[in-house]
Design a protein around this ligand. Structure first.
Ligand SMILES: Cc1cc2nc3c(=O)[nH]c(=O)nc-3n(C[C@H](O)[C@H](O)[C@H](O)COP(=O)(O)O)c2cc1C
Length: 330
């Protein structure tokens, strides 16, 4: 028996070695994240593009506001700076994110014109920028009225059209989701694949007022929501399912698969939804799990806000990239 085999036979030693490997790999993840995350200081086409996309999304959300006021001047200024940086380093190959940036400025200018908002120096900056950088007509950005009138038409076509008809919505009918509909969506979530069929994903439907209030308080991305109409679902994964360092990120991935099936099933039942990113600190998560009666061995992957669609609601257009920007044969 060689040393490796001997080690494997000894539970205590085997676990010490595994613990060391888990630490090493998590540390490597930490280094990757720290070196490459969007605010790491690296200036590349990619970091600029993601910054542009964030600003476009934020401005689109602003445009969904039913009572439009003059808004977004700081964001427009930042966006113009980023687009100018992009032009310098991109060799004039304009990508979808770049074109989305130009289009959102055009939309913003239109809003200012149509509402006779006061035209300050940012308006002039934006106007001059767009005069030089024409935006592409097929890159549509901004807000649009999402109406349930068209849903049946989409549902009766093919899978792609069904998927395309889903949009994240941030206001819902003020009525509870029926038990039959929840059961249908849970069954759809249950048929999602999970690694080795270990089914480590849990879904918590948050019903109690104090628990909802806790989420209202702690979830970061709730701007633009009609808070009182939200039904919350918390998606967690159970760490106990995983057996070695190579599975350290499996929980989030598996949760994503289950959550997407859950959300698409909801859409088929005319239940709108929006994922809410779990961006809280470790300490906050511990506290929230305790208050929601979620066991310590589970991690929160994502939260879903949901409810029956209103007949009409304003949503961001959320334009997508082109196939060649995300797909490569290697
Ligand atoms: C993991 C994840 C986290 C998200 N977090 C938030 C959030 O905190 N607040 C929010 O308003 N939207 C959130 N969204 C919704 C995205 O903004 C939305 O999916 C994206 O803009 C594309 O639009 P669509 O879902 O309408 O196609 C999240 C989406 C995902 C997938």
């Amino acid at each position: 028996m060689n040393i490796k085999e001997k080690l494997k036979e000894n539970d205590f030693l085997r676990r010490i070695v595994k613990k060391h490997k888990i630490r090493k790999e998590f540390l490597a993840d930490f280094n990757d994240f720290n070196n490459y995350y969007n605010d790491s200081g690296l200036i590349t086409i990619q970091t600029i593009e993601y910054k542009i996309l964030l600003l476009v999304h934020s401005l689109e959300k602003g445009m969904c506001n039913k009572e439009l006021r003059a808004f977004g001047t700081k964001k427009i200024k930042d966006l113009i700076n980023l687009l100018n940086q992009y032009i310098i380093i991109s060799d004039k190959k304009y990508s979808t994110p770049f074109m989305m940036g130009c289009s959102i400025i055009t939309e913003w200018l239109k809003i200012y014109d149509n509402n006779n908002f006061e035209k300050d120096e940012t308006y002039k900056l934006a106007y001059d920028f767009i005069k030089i950088h024409t935006n592409s007509k097929d890159i549509k950005v901004g807000a649009f009225e999402y109406s349930t009138d068209n849903l049946i038409e989409y549902f009766e076509t093919d899978y792609y059209n069904f998927l395309k008809s889903r949009h994240s919505v941030r206001e819902f009918l003020n009525k509870p989701i029926s038990n039959d509909d929840i059961e249908y969506c849970l069954n759809s979530a249950l048929i999602s694949p999970t690694a080795c069929n270990r089914q480590m994903i849990k879904i918590y439907s948050v019903k109690q007022k104090n628990k909802k209030e806790l989420l209202n308080k702690h979830i970061m991305g709730l701007s633009g929501f009609e808070i009182n109409s939200i039904n919350y679902f918390v998606i967690t994964f159970d760490i106990s399912a995983f057996s070695f360092y190579g599975e350290r990120n499996q929980g989030y991935f598996n949760a994503g698969l289950v959550a997407m099936n859950f959300v698409n099933a909801m859409h088929s039942k005319k239940i709108g939804s929006c994922f809410l990113q779990w961006g809280n600190t470790y300490k906050e998560e511990i506290n929230i799990k305790k208050n929601l009666d979620i066991p310590e061995n589970e991690k929160i992957a994502v939260v879903i806000a949901a409810g029956y669609y209103k007949d009409k609601t304003l949503v961001p257009l959320s334009q997508r990239k082109k196939i060649e920007e995300i797909y490569k044969e290697i």
